[in-house]
Design a protein around this ligand. Sequence first.
Ligand code: ZN
Length: 196
Amino acid sequence: MDELILGFRHCGSIIYCFQLPQLCPICKNVVSFTCDTPFRLPYPFVKAHQHPLSIVLKSTKGTFLEHYSCNEDLHIGITDCKGKVYEYDSDGLKKSNGEEWLQSIVVYEKSEEWSYDWSHALRSVASDPKWRSENYDEQTLNCFSFVTEFLTNLNCVETKKEQFCEEFVYKKIVSLNKYITVHRNIVKDGYCNIKN
Ligand SMILES: [Zn+2]
């Protein structure tokens, strides 16, 4: 389990840390948490297998917190009604229990009433023989192609990668980048401060 991030206000900054300190790391004065209630920075990650009927994103290599860099492409997959993860990459289409998806974010999801349609669309798209490893192409046939084709099938409206990212992915990535930056600074310096 990753450590949770706590924040509190002091001497004109918001200070983030894993454990509340007795002395403020900036001004070195004693911190009184009775007047400045600490808060928790919402943890953005989920375990994909606990989120059925979802489109999930992960860092292509390793985890978001440790390995992701902002200009890197992300890997995207689909969970079925039982939380199994379907993904297409250079090894071809794979289905797993989500062992590699323990630090993911959900960018799109449907409620349980969609179970039948979701399963039907997923079966139909996954059965297309084109998702073989030899057809994989980083630019033209990749993990996003699999997901957008699935969404097109599910919603009966053509979904394009740019439009999908614009609507569902980019906003999430902005707040995610903030969380990752704060987390890495705490790991490095013991705290992270952002001017109020
Ligand atoms: Zn202070």
